[in-house]
Design a binder for this molecule. Structure first.
Ligand code: ATP
Length: 635
């Protein structure tokens, strides 16, 4: 144990959680070229701490203890080579300091560490996405001292936390006269550029202008005797210090919008797009909502944090109010500031509030408009968006029936028209390309893009030049259970039995097909007998061109792909026997027709098994299939 300076009790040495050590190491090495961000992160934390205090003080005004002018201060000491960022916000108790400044307790942490590559640039990007926060201090400092006192605690109950970022930190109880936190960075050799009032002001203006609290520095004056700038005792505010969303749009630059986004979203990159509106009428609120460029690490975590902060009359209320936007828009980040809600609003009240319902509906509409605008006017950006968040937006078809049509227009799919796995075809594009006489939108679902694109069921569609949408996202089957039509055109699976292929054939072809079906009757019956309980039915189809056979299910049954997904998720799915459809024009089918007795039975099994395989199923008796195939190959 070591005795920290000016502490009341002996300090205790504790180890960082392993992930923190790893993060620190990575950060110092990957983010050095971007080192000034430490200031943004620390001012951001200080401002959040003030917001939290303001919120707690709604119920407990005594927490403000006569010091209600919340602010953040930045000081430097050129001799000692330190920078100190202090706030009079909520502060940290000893336990909070240990818990918050020694661990990473955030959803998405596992995902983040699993995605690291060792490549500095890529990892820097990932760290940025993950959020660097307090630990970014160690990019420029080789020792960090935090002194804090939780609002409501006595002066004697302050805490001092100190670390060189190597793996351990010390904590000790100290006397601290005022409430709040001060973070002192002992700069590394070579980082002297930050020991300048001019430089710090420049960085603060860039990164902290949108922060609603005053960020203050000591005023400096020119001393002609010393021929240098000297600090005075007076504090001056160096940022605009008014909540960004309350300013008029015309007074906010793109850069300020972008910086504000980075502050609230803890993101490194600029946002893709934003929408800022003041809504008046029955319910009055301001919304500033952003669509990020990249999906956050916890997009798929059930308890991943939501990104919209709730303010009431400019007072911060809570961080992740899930009622403010529907779940399928959970990637949106931003601020909603209500003029109607009470300041002491709780999560329970939010759930029931009519004002919140109006806000949610209004905000969803705004985000949809923003996406529509992107889709229409900035196709490249929309493609970027779709790649990141398309799967989440698809959830909206089920979750938000009131906006289903608008959401349907935003959907993008892979298709036989583009022959590419990129999801770029809209339903409107599809409808615009429909053939004369075609009145359905055709699609297929499968485990992967290539399984969909190579499915035998597509053969007739390819031959006739009819487009088919290729769907292979997990959410697609779910989406299709809500999305049945688009602009009056039914969505029809090409892998289901009831497919009406009539519209795809002319009179001559129809005649030929029915003759073939007639002449195939004896073969169909023999197959039916040979396959017995394995199939629901055997029939002749016109949908195949190159393949001898395929399996389909009835239109009202679960698709095999969906059944497999349900089973993989441990859910019960009703068994459905496949319907075997055979291609009357295929040489293999003609060959089978020649076979007798036992050989015929083997051929029949082979035909069914290969059709099942092509569909993506796993064979129950794969070894038997191989054996039969080898025998017939040699025979
Ligand atoms: N100035 C401060 N006053 C009070 N608490 C603070 C202060 N700075 C940090 N903390 C506490 O430490 C926690 C960790 O901070 P850190 O910056 O590492 O992460 P974060 O702000 O939660 O998220 P991010 O990494 O995305 O910024 C904060 O959530 C907060 O509880």
């Amino acid at each position: 144990m070591t005795q920290a300076e000016s502490t009341n009790t002996p300090s205790e040495t504790l180890g960082f959680q392993a992930e923190v050590k790893q993060l620190l190491h990575l950060m110092i090495h990957s983010l050095y070229s971007n080192k000034e961000i430490f200031l943004r992160e620390l001012v951001s934390n200080a401002s959040d701490a003030c917001d939290k205090l303001r919120f707690e003080a709604i119920d407990k005004p005594e927490l403000m203890q006569g010091d209600a002018e919340l602010r953040v201060r930045v000081e430097y000491d050129a001799q000692a080579r330190t920078i100190t960022i202090s706030d009079n916000g909520i502060g940290l108790s000893r336990d909070e300091a240990v818990a918050n400044l020694g661990t990473i307790a955030r959803s998405g942490t596992k995902e983040f560490f699993s995605r690291l590559t060792g490549d500095k640039q890529k990892d820097a990007h990932l760290i940025g996405q993950f959020g660097v926060g307090f630990y970014s201090s160690f990019i420029v400092a080789d020792k960090v001292t935090v002194r804090s006192r939780r609002a409501g605690l006595d002066a004697a109950e302050g805490v001092q936390w100190e670390s060189d970022g190597q793996g351990e930190f010390t904590v000790a109880q100290v006397e601290k006269a005022d409430r709040g936190t001060s973070v002192t960075l002992h700069l590394r050799e070579g980082d002297d550029e930050f020991l300048s009032g001019w430089k710090l002001r420049e960085v603060l203006r860039r990164y902290s202008d949108h922060i609603s609290l005053p960020v203050q520095m000591r005023k400096e004056e020119w001393d002609s005797e010393k021929s240098e700038q000297v600090k005075t005792d007076e504090w001056e505010t160096v940022n605009q210090a008014s909540a960004l969303w309350t300013r008029a749009k015309s007074e906010i630059t793109d850069e300020q919008y972008q910086e504000f986004y980075k502050h609230i979203a803890h993101d490194f990159s600029d946002p893709l797009a934003w929408t800022h509106n003041r809504v008046e009428g029955r319910s009055e609120y301001t919304q500033l909502l952003y669509v990020p460029k990249q999906a956050p690490m916890d997009l798929w975590d059930r308890d991943g944090r939501r990104g919209v902060k709730l303010y009431v009359k400019r007072v911060f209320i809570m961080d992740d109010a899930e009622q403010l936007l529907p779940n399928y828009l959970r990637f949106v980040r931003g601020v909603i500031d209500s003029a109607d809600l009470p300041l002491n609003v709780s999560r329970e009240i939010l759930q029931e509030s009519r004002d919140v319902k109006a806000i949610r509906e209004g905000s969803a509409k705004r985000v949809l408009s923003l996406l529509e605008d992107l889709a229409e006017n900035q196709a490249e950006q929309y493609a970027e968006f779709w790649e990141q968040f398309g799967q989440v937006v698809k959830e909206g078809t089920g979750e938000d029936p009131a906006n289903r049509e608008r959401i349907a227009k935003l959907l993008r799919f892979a298709s036989t028209h583009t022959e590419s796995p990129a999801q770029s075809v809209s339903l409107a594009d599809y409808v615009g390309r429909m053939k004369e006489g075609q009145d359905s939108i055709y699609y297929i679902t499968a485990e992967s893009y290539s399984a969909a694109a190579n499915s035998p069921q597509l053969e007739i569609f390819r031959k006739k030049g009819l487009e088919v949408l290729l769907m292979s996202d997990r959410v697609d089957e779910w989406m299709l259970s809500f999305l049945h039509e688009f602009e009056g055109k039914k969505l029809v699976s090409v892998a289901k039995g009831g497919l009406d292929l009539d519209e795809l054939a002319d009179e001559e072809e129809k005649k030929q097909q029915s003759e073939q079906a007639e002449s195939m009757k004896p073969l169909v019956e023999r197959l039916q007998k040979a396959l017995g309980e394995r199939v629901k039915e055997v029939r002749v189809t016109a949908r195949l061109v190159d393949s001898p056979a395929c399996v389909v299910v009835d239109a009202d049954e679960l698709s095999p792909h969906l059944r497999r997904m349900l089973q993989a998720a441990g859910q019960q799915a009703p068994e459905a026997k496949p319907i075997l459809e055979i291609n009357p024009g295929h040489a293999l089918v003609a060959r089978i027709d020649q076979a007798q007795d036992e050989a015929f039975d083997e051929w029949a099994r082979l035909l069914l098994d290969q059709a099942m395989l092509a569909e993506g199923a796993q064979l129950e008796d794969a070894a038997g299939f191989v054996k039969r195939m080898n025998k017939l190959l040699l025979g």
